[in-house]
Structure formats: C-alpha cells, structure tokens
Design a protein around this ligand. Structure first.
Ligand SMILES: [Zn+2]
Length: 344
C-alpha cells in the first residue's frame, strides 16, 4: 500500500473527521471544493483509509490548522466552553496582558493566520485583526465578529463619555461584562463552530446549552440582586461597564475613556469629583490591570473608598493561582456591586 498525504493548514472541513462517520467524511473531503488537503493516493485500501483517518484525528488533537483563535480572555473562555474537547482554542492576547495595549507578535500573527476560525469583537479592541484577516495567503481568514450594529452599544451610549477608538470604530467592545450579552455570544459561537466543524454540531449545542444555563442564572441574579440598590451610579476607571449598566439599570461615569491608556483631562477629573460629592457616592471602582492611582486620588478627595470591579479583560497571577475564571469573576463583580451600591 502506498499512501501520500500532503496536509496544508487552514482546512476546517475535514479536520473534525470522526471514526463513526469516517467513510462519509472521507468522501466529502474528496468532493469538497474548499478543501486544502491535497491527497495523492496510488493505492487505497480499507487499511489505507483508516490510516488516513488516524492521521487526521492525530492532527486535530495536536492543533495546527484545527485551532480556533479568540482575540482575548473572555472570548477564549466562551469559545473553549462551547468547543469542549473537540477543538483547540487559543487566545491571541496572553491572559495576563491588558488587551487594549496588546500588539500582535510575528509568531502569533503566523499562528492566527493558520487558524480555522478567528473570533473577535470587531470593535477597536483588536486593531491588529483586520490586517491578519485580509492578508492571508490564499483566502480571507474565516472570522466571527461578535459585535455588529444590531447588538453593539456605541461608545458613550448610556454614559457621559463619548470617546471613539483610534480606528474610528464606534462600538463599545466590553459586552462580556453583562451576562446577558455573554449568552448571545455563546450561541453565536456555537452556531459558527457548527458551521466550521459540522460533525461536532451536537457537541457544540450541548456545551453551549450548559454554558448558557449557567449564564442565565447569573443574569437572573444580576437582575434580581441589583434591583433595589440605594445607589445606581458606577464611577469606574476606564469606560468598560456600559453593557452592564444598560442591561441592569445602572449609570456609568468613567474617569478615562473606552481605553485605560487614555489620560483624563483636568476638566473630566473635576467633573467626576463634583459628581461623587453631589451624589454622595461611596465607592470609586478600580480594576486589576490598570494603575489605581487616579481612582485613589478622587476617593481621597471625596471621602469615598475604592473597590475592585473586574473588567475581566484577562486573568492575573492570583486569579490563576486561586482557580478564578470568567464565571467566578462575574459572580465576584455582582458581590462587589451589591456591597458598594448598598443593595438589599
Ligand atoms: Zn476595556
């Protein structure tokens, strides 16, 4: 038996081949106009087919073209939960890096360009994405854009801030801080993964159901437990909580703009300080991956205290050490909000 197999990455179609429906998949693979596997078979026997399927299965488990890329931590978390063991998911932005500051490295650009699918917000948080999506060698990188005109908030919507991304994007990227938006994202991810890996559709559907069941409980807890807060105003560092505020009846006043590396003007600092005094606000919220100095200064001047409200844009060393993840940090944020806003 002679069996020649040339494998070219970037091929989602046949990489999820399973033994149960192996012959069907194999025939589909041969017929698929999208396939990038080039197979030259001098003699194919039943044993040869099984050997080929074993090779594909091994390739799938080892990553390479079978990988799905997510732009940063919370998206990677959602994608991993939906994908389960069927597909390898990696985060382009390291978990301990603030994604607003992330710059794509050459090695990561190469890995990303070889992914079967790229999941991102489509807002200005991933300014490096478009180049990779559109300049891949043979065809555009398949991608899922989670935010669109239909489901995205504009920067500054429902807040006092009106800043825009450097690339002109008007979308607020921080949807994952609202459990309600995360439910919709998980469903989008399951639908798209099933399109890329149709053999695993039932797995993705079941995994998405388990994930959204957890998120729906969190959504209900946010809705119920934030319904009767004495204060409904959040004073935060950067403007990351617009979706949370919009979905659960709160108002956000951010010290910085949509990105934590924006420096607030004197006028903004004065306005926030006045707002805190006027509304007798007790808490200024800080976040993990950004210096709390400005929030601490406003707190000192107004007699407020500071509390950590996670933007869940990554995981700290302590998070990893303590086994924290996206879900536990959403729960932690609810606990912090209830205490800080004096909710009954
Ligand atoms: Zn942010």
């Amino acid at each position: 038996m002679r069996l020649f197999l040339e494998v070219y990455p970037k091929t989602p179609k046949v990489l999820s081949c399973h033994y149960a429906n192996c012959l069907h998949n194999f025939l589909c693979m041969l017929e698929s106009v999208h396939m990038k596997f080039k197979i030259s078979i001098a003699l194919i026997t039943v044993a040869g087919v099984l050997a080929l399927l074993f090779a594909l299965s091994t390739l799938k488990k080892n990553g390479g073209a079978t990988e799905v890329a997510a732009s940063f931590y919370p998206i990677a978390f959602l994608a991993e939960r939906v994908a389960g063991d069927s597909v390898t998911v990696f985060s382009v932005t390291p978990f301990d890096t603030e994604p607003h500051d992330y710059e794509l490295t050459p090695s990561m650009a190469l890995r990303l360009s070889n992914a079967a699918l790229f999941i991102h917000t489509g807002a200005h948080l991933e300014p490096w994405a478009n180049t990779v999506i559109t300049t891949r060698n043979t065809q555009e990188l398949p991608s899922l854009t989670l935010l669109t005109e239909e489901n995205a908030l504009l920067h500054g919507e429902d807040t006092e801030t009106d800043t825009r991304g450097d690339d002109g994007s008007e979308f607020d990227p921080h949807f994952w801080l609202s459990p309600l938006r995360a439910i919709a994202a998980a469903d989008q991810i399951a639908f798209t993964l099933a399109h890329v890996y149709p053999e695993d559709e039932a797995v993705f559907t079941a995994n998405a159901h388990a994930l959204t069941t957890t998120l729906k409980k969190l959504d209900a807890a946010y809705r119920t437990e934030l319904a009767s807060c004495t204060s409904r105003i959040l004073v935060t560092d950067h403007d990351a909580f617009g979706y949370l505020a919009a979905d659960y009846g709160l108002t956000v006043h951010a010290i910085r703009g949509i990105s934590p590396d924006e420096e607030p003007s004197i006028a903004t600092l004065a306005a926030i300080t006045e707002l805190v005094r006027t509304n007798n606000i007790k808490t200024i919220f800080t976040e993990e991956l950004v210096s709390p100095t400005i929030a601490q200064t406003i707190a000192r001047e107004t007699g407020a205290h500071v509390a950590l409200l996670s933007t869940i844009e990554g995981l700290t060393e302590d998070d990893i050490k303590n086994g924290n993840d996206y879900i536990s940090k959403l729960r932690g944020n609810l606990t912090t909000l209830k205490k800080s806003l004096a909710c009954n």
